[in-house]
Structure formats: structure tokens, C-alpha cells
Design a protein around this ligand. Structure first.
Ligand code: G3P
Length: 228
């Protein structure tokens, strides 16, 4: 298996905005350095924070992802977030279709992101959506299964709905696809991460457990421990 990926989604939490985003990203960088090469860490930050965060951390240790991109190209697209702009600001990947930012033209966004050399993590709410995304052309690099009702809670998807995770992995891999599957929602402990990997995922997405933690670095290190 490839090195597991842990994406910390900063969402729009005050604790992860502006100066706080930079501080939190540095804590993630510190945890990543302690973990060495056993895990890959990425932070998904607000568009307004990509440039500052990417300039403040070693992006070889902590990759910076956008949380969303629009399909518009550069030029006459006032107010839209283009793939080229987030790449230029320092992002190397993007979330697409997060449960809190659903879109309809997923394949078009994947193509837009790929054209700008961004890694693509497309979120799915259930097995059917994961399967549909896996069949898209172009295919994303990752599909992240996140049941919306578990997001922000204290019970991990890997414990509350293990079958949704394993069935999503099976659905994505059934056509011989090389898309990697992640899961997220309610991930709080190293045990949750371990279980997610046992179910066939290649990493996790996490937000509240790290962003709102009393000691985010310590919490992230505990999650990293779960990768084995
Ligand atoms: O993208 C990750 C996210 O939706 C999960 O949120 O707070 O349940 O870890 P949380």
C-alpha cells in the first residue's frame, strides 16, 4: 500500500482562518516532521489562505490543498476561484464536491484541476456516489467517502458505518481502478484511523478533531500513530 494520506480540512473555522491558518499549518508541519515518511500530510485551507500558508510551511512536508475550485478559466471570471490561481498561490491539490460545497459538474472540475496539475480529491456521500465518481472521465486521484450526517460528530465513519467504507472501496476498485479511497467524518482517534485503513482506505480526511483540539499537533500525532 502507498503511504497513507491524512488531509486536515481547515473548513472556515475561525481557529483555522488567516493568521490562525498559518499557525495551525505550522503545527501540522511539526507533526509531519516527527512522523517522517510513514505518512503524507496535506492541509485543505480557504482560498484566501493558500498563498500565506504555502509560503509559511515546507510544502514537501505539508502539501497545501484548496477546498474547492470553480470550473471557470482565467480572465473574465470575476469572483471565481480558478484552478490556475490556487496552483499559482501554492496549492498542489484540491477537494471537489465536499458535502458542504456540493457541485453538479464534477467531471468538468476534475478536468480543470488536472489541467492545472492539481491532485484531485472528490468527496462522495455514499457508495452510489462513490461508484458514479469512479466511472467519470477523467478519473480523480482520490475519492473520499464522507457520510454527511457523521461530519463534525464524535463517532467515526470507520466505526459507525464500516460497511459504507468497505463497500465504497469495493465499488471503486471493482473496475480495476487505481483511484485511492479515503474516508472522513467524525475521525477522532488513532483507533479510528487504524480501522479506516483496515477497511481498505489509503488515508483519511479530518477537520474538527484537529482544528478545534486544545493541542492540534498532539491530536494529529495521535491520528498519525493509527497508521501503524
Ligand atoms: O472534510 C473532512 C470533514 O468533512 C470531516 O469533518 O469534523 O467530522 O472531521 P470532521
Amino acid at each position: 500500500m502507498a503511504v497513507p494520506l491524512i488531509i486536515i480540512n481547515f473548513k472556515t473555522y475561525r481557529e483555522a482562518t488567516g493568521e490562525n491558518a498559518v499557525k495551525l499549518a505550522r503545527m501540522c508541519e511539526s507533526a509531519a516532521k516527527k512522523a517522517g515518511d510513514k505518512v503524507k500530510i496535506a492541509v485543505a485551507v480557504q482560498a484566501t489562505d493558500i498563498f500565506g500558508v504555502a509560503a509559511a510551511v515546507d510544502t514537501a512536508m505539508v502539501e497545501v490543498f484548496a477546498q474547492h475550485i470553480d470550473a471557470n478559466g482565467q480572465g473574465k471570471s470575476t469572483g471565481f476561484v480558478t484552478a490556475e490561481a490556487v496552483r499559482e498561490a501554492g496549492a498542489t491539490g484540491t477537494l471537489i464536491n465536499h458535502a458542504e460545497h456540493k457541485i453538479t459538474d464534477i467531471a468538468k472540475r476534475i478536468a480543470t484541476a488536472k489541467a492545472a496539475s492539481l491532485a484531485t480529491v472528490v468527496c462522495a456521500a455514499d457508495v452510489a456516489e462513490a461508484k458514479a465518481i469512479a466511472g467519470m472521465n477523467p478519473a480523480p486521484d482520490y475519492i473520499a467517502i464522507e457520510p454527511p450526517e457523521l461530519i463534525g460528530g464524535k463517532v467515526s465513519v470507520s466505526k459507525a458505518k464500516p460497511e459504507v467504507v468497505s463497500d465504497s472501496v469495493a465499488a471503486v476498485k471493482s473496475a480495476g481502478s487505481s483511484i485511492k479511497v479515503l474516508c472522513g467524518a467524525g475521525v477522532n482517534s488513532g483507533e479510528d484511523v487504524k480501522k479506516a485503513l483496515e477497511l481498505g482506505t489509503e488515508g483519511i480526511l479530518v477537520a474538527s478533531a484537529v482544528v478545534l483540539a486544545r493541542n492540534p499537533e498532539e491530536t494529529l500525532l495521535e491520528l498519525i500513530d493509527g497508521t501503524g
